[in-house]
Design a protein around this ligand. Structure first.
Ligand SMILES: Cc1ncc(COP(=O)(O)O)c(C=O)c1O
Length: 383
């Protein structure tokens, strides 16, 4: 039965040989920009490309401030530090996310609290968030207190899974009502919008990733995005070893990080940005092909939420049962078609297994049934 799926994947990606889950398209001025950067001698974090990349990205996303970073993980860690998250604070996030979301919270010394996702968007469920807060939280002069642990709940950190918008406006309203900061993990959401707004611009601050497996890649890279000037300045300072501006002295006024993007990576990122709209169109063609194919099949294709425009970073389907999913993963991978399960939910990983959780019914139900399908833009570009 699932041979038909593999056949359809091969029709979308007719090249011979193995089919990757997501490969970069290096189809524009990448080599030119990178060679120019090499010739300029600016190969590290100094050089003009980083500032240009930040400006162009800010224009594209519609955000006042962009701070280009070495990775999405570095960007996420910086977002949390900038938001004032520290030792023994609590940050609410979803269990069904890539491990970097939980890791970044832990780097600050804070505790992740894992809540459920909703099945439609695979993003943090606003109803479950409200229920958790009503049951466990109280407003206090110190902030939003977790009555169970006595710790301060500082922020909510949803993730836009596979580029699909979570219910970010609803989450924002809940955060405002409870005095919580909203940090968006938009690592997978370059090019995705909801209600006309680019994802990552609704919350207080957001992190993007430009890893090699993302729609827009700078090799490795990321960005902190915010409309808050003070947050942006702090992100810049912390990620540049907390160096005090001076023409020659090395004065650092706190523990900082070497987290900035390099001029070489920004050169690659700039060339990719020039092609982003073409990539998005190509990926939509791939998604539309999958959507039509799965219309009368038992597997359910995950579609962009109402009112949202997804980048369809990774196309995904839900199998009716876990054994069917596992059989498909086995068979497709053996045939050179790279398909992947969704991440193991974070609350089941050893380093997070003692963390506080809410009810995780949807997470536990769908974690064993989701499969990501090959989704590279090459499929829609016909190259
Ligand atoms: C949801 C999520 N958060 C964070 C990251 C971390 O990004 P990076 O791999 O660039 O460090 C990724 C990317 O892989 C991701 O998918």
């Amino acid at each position: 039965m699932t041979d038909a799926i593999i056949k359809h994947i091969r029709e979308i990606f007719p090249q011979k040989g193995p089919i990757a889950l997501h490969e970069p398209v290096i189809g524009g001025a990448e080599k030119k920009h990178v060679l120019e950067a090499l010739d300029s001698g600016f190969v590290s974090t100094f050089g003009p490309n980083v500032a240009t990349f930040e400006k162009q990205l800010g224009g594209y996303i519609g955000a006042d401030h962009v701070v280009a970073m070495a990775s999405g993980t570095a960007a996420l860690h910086t977002c949390l530090m900038v938001a004032g998250i520290g030792v023994d604070d609590e940050v609410i996030t979803q269990s069904l996310t890539f491990v970097a979301t939980g890791n970044a919270i832990s780097y600050t010394g804070a505790h992740p609290v894992f809540l459920d996702v909703e099945a439609s968007s695979l993003g943090l469920c606003p109803k479950k968030l409200t229920a958790f807060l009503e049951q466990n939280a109280m407003r206090h002069p110190k902030g939003c207190l977790n009555k169970q642990t006595g710790r301060v709940l500082k922020a909510v950190l949803p993730m836009h899974t596979f580029g699909h918008a979570c219910k970010i406006q609803e989450l924002k309203a809940i955060c405002e009502a409870w005095g919580l900061l909203l940090i968006e993990d938009a690592a997978e959401a370059m090019g995705s919008r909801q209600g006309g707004k680019h994802l990552g611009t609704v919350g207080d601050i957001a992190a993007f990733s430009f890893n090699g497996n993302k729609i827009l890649t700078s090799g490795s890279g990321g960005a902190v995005v915010t409309n808050n000037a003070a947050f942006a300045a702090r992100a810049r300072h912390l990620s540049t070893t907390a160096k005090v501006a001076h023409s020659w002295a090395f004065i650092h006024d706190e523990i900082g990080y070497n987290y900035r993007m390099t001029n070489l990576n920004a050169a690659l990122g700039l060339a990719q940005l020039e092609q982003l709209d073409a990539f998005l169109e190509a990926k939509r063609r791939v998604a539309n092909s999958y959507k039509a194919f799965f219309e009368d099949r038992p597997e359910q294709f995950v579609e962009e939420p109402d009112g949202a425009q997804s980048n369809y970073w990774l196309n995904s389907i839900l199998f009716p049962t876990e054994p069917e999913r596992t059989a498909f993963l086995d068979s497709a991978n053996k045939q050179g078609v790279q398909v992947r399960p969704i991440w193991e939910p974070l609350h089941r990983l050893p380093m997070f297994s003692a963390c506080l959780t809410g009810p995780l019914d949807t997470t536990n139900d769908i974690a064993g049934r989701v499969v990501n399908l090959p989704s590279s833009a090459v499929g829609g570009l016909g190259i």
